[in-house]
Design a protein around this ligand. Structure first.
Ligand code: MN
Length: 712
């Protein structure tokens, strides 16, 4: 082994916050890592060893223990070298071997990929987090260093890594409260995903910085003078917003940079909670607060543990300034999140069940046990990863935490499924609102129900929480089954009567038909008839042997179309088959058929809102499925929303062409707020193709969003 390995100052850093640290262990890990990676270089040409050392250094900034630092030094040895887990366990013990192995396993997961695989990979990652949160903290440090050194890689790799970081790792850093890591990851993602936009923002922000700094100095002095008079210990400092949050604000509120007043603000750090509120009082007596901008995250912490008072005031010469006020401990949690908690629990992994900072993780793990469907789990997780929370109160004063954007109906389901199913609205702070009303923090919500209320498909469209959505879907499914059984029985009875027999007598002998058709029970048979899976003629042939049943309109149509497993196969539009204009299904959409006199078979998307409104006779509903190779190039209307910049249409259409889709029709509007919207009709061959096109277009700088349009 090479004894002259330099430690790049790493050991001094560890000793600075942990004087009792096992220095020899760190030195050994350095030597092994140097030996393992000897001769390897990173894409930039620097010796590979620099990477694990700098990852370890990031972890010293979080003041992690030496096991974590050592595991970081070794984190790439299993992947890229001949070293084995057993060797590491023998040399450094089982704990460190487990951490290294955990990070290696997460490395192998492709987190942005087909949804099912992605969901499965998420589960694996969450399980390793639950066993020892240090695995994910090391992984975040690894990813941060990789993002810092992304430039020499190929464009394709940069896009993949940056996308994965933006979709998964930055939100996880946020959820774990690792504030500064989240901020740096987000900025780096923007830099690689939308470079033009990023660098133009950097330039614009830098241009106004001197003026803003001088102004903030002036404000700071006024505040400091006031604080001195009341003798509260406090540090006052200016702070600037990071580029990504500026970008987010601009696109959320559709503003230009010049219209953002709070590119920077002031942060005050003090000693106690009481003093936070006292300082808030001072700020509000100096300048007038702007209504709706005051947020008390001290009394109501965010779910990642973040605490602070936020207020925006009209300051000197009418400029708006945002103040953040917090204690030193709160500040540490804001910057280091879970790592700040971790430090207080020396000697081993923390137990995810005990700590409030783990509320989020605990909830996810509960879901992963409850939800068997991978896709549903992923949806639930995404909602939770990406949305902040709101905190409405129940009538009894109980505080609920819900994802931002939750509606009255979500709230009702969060309390009890029955309450959700019967919800007709709510009284919110004494005002009557509809079930789709979006809730805010601090509102008191009293759910109103009616016995006549029945869930409708439309609800799924505005529900925010996974729990409410799946409750409504479940109800609709069982209701639909009940209805088809009913319809199946009625239709059979009607036909029997038409043939001159008594339905009661004939249906008493239904066992004959059940045996002949190999159907389990009466209910199942009625349901098959109701769904259109089985024709009336087929059933009656066994009940009335001498009957000559004239095929119904539906049966005649179905006889002329090909079938597979009881479903009519859709290859494309034709004389008998039409794709509904209201929802415009394309291959890959879940679909259902409706037989219509004079038109033939009309194919709708399963959750088409029209299906509820038409009041369809389920007797006319037909089970349909897409052919494996549909022949239709299918047209689908979409809308692209962009900033109004010259050449943007050209960029959008060439991105669409590059993704191998045609534009068959285009309409362009510009709006007064300097946005442009393109209504396009695209020819694509599958839902997956459309998704690819949308991803390609949304990657363009200046594109705000692209979405598929439904309805006419
Ligand atoms: Mn690495």
């Amino acid at each position: 082994m090479n004894d002259t390995v330099t430690d790049f100052g790493l050991i001094d850093r560890v000793i600075a916050y942990r004087p009792e640290a096992n220095v020899e262990l760190i030195q050994r890990a350095l030597r092994l890592s140097a030996e393992a990676h000897a001769g390897q270089r990173r894409a930039s040409g620097v010796p590979y060893l620099k990477h694990p050392v700098e990852v370890a250094e990031i972890l010293t900034q979080l003041r992690m223990d030496e096991s974590t630092v050592v595991a970081a030094l070794l984190h790439d040895t299993l992947e890229d070298t001949h070293f084995t887990r057993e060797q590491i366990a023998a040399e450094f013990g089982e704990e460190i071997a487990w951490l290294v192995d955990g990070v290696t396993k997460i490395d192998k997961l492709r987190l942005v990929s087909r949804e099912e695989a992605q969901a499965e990979n998420f589960r694996k990652m969450l399980l390793s987090m639950a066993r020892d949160i240090r695995v994910i903290i090391i992984k975040l440090a690894d990813r941060l260093h990789n993002m810092r050194t992304l430039t020499p890689l190929s464009d394709e790799k940069r896009q993949r890594i940056a996308t994965e970081t933006q979709e998964i790792y930055a939100p996880i850093a946020n959820r774990l409260g690792l504030g500064w890591i989240k901020v740096e990851l987000e900025d780096l993602c923007l830099r690689y995903l939308k470079p033009e936009l990023y660098f133009s923002l950097v330039k614009q922000v830098a241009a106004g910085k001197k003026v803003r700094d001088r102004y903030l100095d002036e404000v700071r002095e006024i505040v400091e003078r006031e604080i001195e008079r009341v003798n509260i210990p406090a540090e006052v400092a200016g702070r600037s917003k990071h580029i990504y949050s500026i970008y987010q604000k601009m696109s959320d509120q559709n503003l230009e940079l010049e219209q953002l007043y709070d590119l920077s603000g002031i942060r005050i750090i003090t000693d106690t909670k009481m003093h936070c509120y006292a300082l808030l009082g001072i700020i509000h007596s100096l300048w007038q607060p702007i209504p709706g901008k005051f947020k008390d995250y001290v009394a109501l912490p965010k779910s990642n543990g973040y605490q602070s008072l936020h207020t925006t005031v009209v300051c000197e010469r009418g400029n708006r300034v945002e103040f953040q006020i917090r204690t030193r401990d709160m500040h540490r949690v804001a910057e280091e999140g879970i790592a700040a908690h971790w430090k207080y629990k020396e000697g081993g992994p923390i137990d995810p069940s005990g700590d409030d900072a783990f509320r989020w993780l605990r909830q996810i793990l509960e879901w992963q046990q409850q939800i068997s469907d991978g896709k549903q789990f992923l949806d639930a997780l995404k909602v939770d990863l990406f949305s902040d929370s709101v905190f409405p109160y129940t009538r009894n004063g109980e505080l609920l935490e819900m994802p931002r954007g939750s509606t009255v109906l979500d709230f009702a389901f969060a309390i009890h499924t029955e309450l959700g199913l019967g919800c007709v609205g709510a009284s919110v702070d004494g005002k009557l609102v509809s079930p789709r009303h979006v809730l805010k923090s601090g509102q008191t919500v009293e759910i109103l129900t009616s016995e006549d209320q029945r869930p409708v498909r439309e609800w799924i469209g505005f529900l925010k929480t996974a729990r409410a959505r799946s409750a409504v879907k479940h109800w609709l499914k069982s209701e639909e089954r009940r209805r088809t059984v009913d319809v199946g029985r009625k239709v059979l009875a009607r036909e029997i009567r038409r043939q001159g027999h008594s339905p009661e007598q004939v249906l008493a002998g239904i066992d004959k038909a059940l045996n002949a058709l190999k159907v389990a029970d009466e209910q199942a048979l009625y349901s098959e008839v109701g769904y259109g899976k089985r024709s009336i003629g087929e059933v009656l042939a066994h009940l009335l042997p001498d009957s000559r049943v004239r095929p119904s309109f539906k049966e005649r149509i179905m006889m002329r179309l090909g079938r597979r497993d009881g479903a009519v196969v859709i290859t494309g539009e034709g004389v008998m088959v039409h794709l509904a204009g209201c929802c415009r299904p394309i291959p890959g959409d879940p679909i259902v058929g409706h037989v219509k006199r004079g038109r033939g078979l009309v194919v709708h998307v399963q959750d088409c809102a029209q299906l509820d409104q038409f009041d369809f006779d389920p007797e006319l509903m037909v089970e349909v499925a897409w052919d494996e190779h549909p022949t239709c190039p299918t047209s689908v209307p979409v809308q692209v929303l962009t900033r109004d910049r010259t050449g943007i249409l050209g960029k959008v259409s060439s991105a669409i062409a590059d993704a191998k889709a045609n534009i068959s029709h285009a309409q362009i509007h510009t709006t007064e707020d300097r946005k442009a919207s393109f209504n396009l009709i695209l020819e694509v061959d599958h839902v997956r193709h459309l998704e690819k096109v949308i991803r390609a277009v949304e990657k363009l700088p200046d594109v705000l969003e692209m979405r598929r349009l439904r309805g006419n």
